[in-house]
Write a protein that binds this ligand. Structure first.
Ligand code: AMP
Length: 213
């Protein structure tokens, strides 16, 4: 089963993707994580995209399609969760092509709906465990012990360079201009299932599993 988690920044795509990895053994393909990794390991591509990412703009279709192409080739059969990809119509078309080239199909697109005010609150205050990726929030979900991950005990808590008011504004603009048309695109294809991304994490997870049945 191959699925897309679609939604604006802060909608909870990463959190839900990690749950599906744990519960269903699927593989999370987050282009944001791949790009951040390239950036922090200082590869040529990472250096090229760093400023664009920090500003909250989208990197080129060519780069992200290349990243996904590479990963899809190493398909292990458990199914992919596309998290943060596709983000443009060109990426959506490329994904269809890549899947069909690998004899695979897209089984569902989950649209995670949240309102903009909630996104701003969620993103300012967000930090993640650099070891396992668990997501925390200063006010709504702090770790039990300051600086220590509840999930894995890691102490490498990180705040994203683009989780600030200016970059968030650009990220939201990019989402509405370039990514939100994908809602109509997948609706017309009959693949789209909306879920309420404002419900608590457990309830969102339940709605997603229900949609995948
Ligand atoms: P994310 O972690 O998904 O919020 O992505 C962080 C940043 O990485 C985005 O703001 C973009 O700069 C870049 N990025 C991630 N995925 C894509 C994509 N599919 N297309 C273009 N840029 C992307």
């Amino acid at each position: 089963m191959n699925i897309i988690l679609l939604g604006p920044p802060g909608a909870g795509k990463g959190t839900q993707a990690r749950r599906l990895v744990e519960e269903l053994g699927m593989i999370q393909l987050s282009t944001g994580d791949m790009l951040r990794e390239a950036k922090s390991s200082g590869t040529e591509m990472g250096l090229k995209v760093a400023a664009v990412m920090d500003a909250g703009e989208l990197v080129t279709d060519e780069i992200v399609i290349g990243l996904i192409d590479e990963k899809i080739r190493s398909d292990t059969g458990a199914g992919f969760i596309f998290d943060g990809f596709p983000r443009t119509l060109a990426q959506a078309d490329a994904l269809a092509e890549l899947l069909s080239r690998n004899g695979a199909t897209l089984d569902a697109v989950i649209e995670m709906r949240v309102d903009d005010a909630a996104l701003v609150k969620r993103i300012s205050g967000r930090y993640t465990c650099g070891t396992c990726g668990e997501v925390y929030h200063d006010e709504t979900r702090p770790s039990a012990v300051d600086g220590v991950c509840d999930n894995c005990g890691g102490t490498d808590m990180k705040r994203r360079a683009d989780d600030n008011a200016d970059a968030l504004k650009t990220r939201l603009m990019e989402y509405y201009k370039k990514t939100s048309p994908l809602i109509g695109y997948y609706y017309a294809k009959g693949d789209l299932t909306p879920v309420n991304g404002l419900a608590d994490i457990e309830d969102v997870a339940k709605s997603i599993k229900l949609a995948l049945r």
